[in-house]
Design a protein around this ligand. Structure first.
Ligand SMILES: Cc1cc2nc3c(=O)[nH]c(=O)nc-3n(C[C@H](O)[C@H](O)[C@H](O)COP(=O)(O)OP(=O)(O)OC[C@H]3O[C@@H](n4cnc5c(N)ncnc54)[C@H](O)[C@@H]3O)c2cc1C
Length: 384
């Protein structure tokens, strides 16, 4: 079976591993010139721990995990400490979870998948040529035209190209049919290592700005409540300006330096996007399936994006391998296994949003009080 995977991140690298593990001939196209870098630490948790174990990367991921830091200090509008925060107090984390930087996990997944698949960087799908095969799995293989003008046929195309998936658009319809903005934006960037940064979390109604260093250098992490903004998500200058505007909501702590950092076009690891969910009634049709954020982004507030990407890749590949002659039956079983995990993760984010970015001064004070109580409870339970 010839399988094309579009996107080489958590979902695509996992899919490359699992489909080739089951004997498929796998090609991976990634639009960036290499693995796309950046991002805050992410988590492998729940069923994805089993997936990582079966891929043989769990021990390495545990060795490379982020060492949990002390609870972070929460600062008010004047930059004064008002509480402390530790995600383990409320984010359904368990001692088994592995928190690891996105880059390190991508490297581990790439090392597992790379010997087994044909990777083509700087290339994407230009067109799924014969659209009838997209609709009907009974028809012949899918003809794919690539951006480098090559044309090839595949038995299955797996879209693992993230929130703004081109594969999803070509096979299932416009992004606006599936993307649901959750009322937040996120911005991330690596900060210079030469000057020290005051690590903390600045929190005013509608804005959370944090600096955290988990071993690979200081990272700026901004979460903002905002209605949907109309911008071209490929226009990085415009994105930087939007972030700087958000950071104008305060002036204490490191905010002036953060504004300068985001204004610098040489900044590395810059990431800006709407906090959105993808909600699709079906994740596969004909000879095209989507996995990971392309299929069911739960958003960064769920803390489950990577875990869902890894399980989706394993379950889809498993089920296709069980009945390669009947893709519809395989898709049904893939969705049966994956859908409950997605529903739970997508439902979790309202609560996490209220904790991370309270919307009003009253909600902020309530949240800070809750954090102080959690800190006291945690301190008394660890001292016993
Ligand atoms: C730069 C970056 C930083 C992130 N930071 C965080 C974070 O801090 N915390 C968090 O929880 N989540 C973060 N995420 C999202 C997180 O990686 C995903 O939620 C999760 O891991 C699911 O992974 P995925 O492989 O489905 O999607 P993604 O990780 O988004 O990967 C999609 C891949 O597809 C590639 N791609 C996109 N379009 C095309 C195309 N047309 N053709 C070919 N390739 C394409 C992209 O370059 C990327 O490599 C980040 C994502 C990115 C891209």
């Amino acid at each position: 079976m010839r399988v094309l995977v579009c996107g080489a991140s958590m979902a695509g690298l996992s899919a490359a591993y699992w489909f080739s593990h089951h004997g498929a001939d796998v090609t991976v196209v990634e639009m960036c010139d290499g693995l796309r870098r950046g991002g805050a630490p992410i988590d492998i948790r729940g069923e994805a721990l089993g997936t990582a174990d079966r891929m043989g990367i769990l021990d390495a991921a545990r060795r490379e995990r982020v060492v949990p830091a002390d609870p972070g200090t929460v600062l008010d509008a004047d930059g004064l400490p008002v509480a402390t925060i530790d995600l383990t107090w409320f984010a359904n984390e368990t001692a088994d979870d592995v928190e690891i930087t996105r880059d390190r996990l991508n490297d581990l997944l790439f090392a597992a998948a790379q010997p087994r698949a044909d990777f083509r960087f700087g290339v994407s799908i230009a067109q799924l040529a014969n659209e009838d095969t997209v609709e009907d799995a009974g028809k012949d293989a899918v003809q794919v035209r690539f951006t480098d003008r090559r044309q090839e046929t595949f038995d299955l195309v797996v879209g693992a190209d993230g929130l703004h998936s081109a594969t999803r658009r070509m096979a299932f319809g416009a992004e606006s049919d599936f993307l649901v903005h959750q009322g937040f934006y996120v911005a991330l960037a690596n900060l210079g290592q030469h000057e020290p940064w005051h690590q903390a979390m600045f929190s005013v109604p509608g804005l959370m700005a944090a600096v955290r260093d988990v071993g690979d250098g200081p990272l700026a992490y901004i979460l903002v409540r905002s209605d949907e903004i109309d911008y071209d998500y490929r226009d990085l200058d415009r994105q930087r300006r939007i972030v700087i505007d958000f950071l104008e909501r305060g002036d204490a702590w490191e905010l002036p330096r953060l504004r300068s950092a985001f204004a610098d076009e040489r900044i590395t690891g810059f990431y800006f996007d709407s906090l959105a969910q993808i909600r699709m009634p079906r994740w596969a049709r004909g000879r095209v399936a989507v996995i990971g954020d392309a299929a069911h982004c739960a958003s960064l507030l769920s803390g489950m994006g990577t875990s869902l990407a890894m399980t989706a890749a394993e379950y889809l590949a498993d089920e296709v391998a069980r009945t390669p002659g009947s893709l519809p039956a395989a898709y049904e079983r893939y969705e049966e296994r994956q859908r409950p995990l997605v529903d739970k993760a997508q439902a979790s984010i309202a609560q996490h949003g209220a904790m991370m970015v309270p919307g009003s001064q009253a909600e902020l004070e309530q949240r800070n009080e809750l954090l102080r109580q959690l800190a006291a409870r945690h301190a008394s339970s660890t001292s016993q």
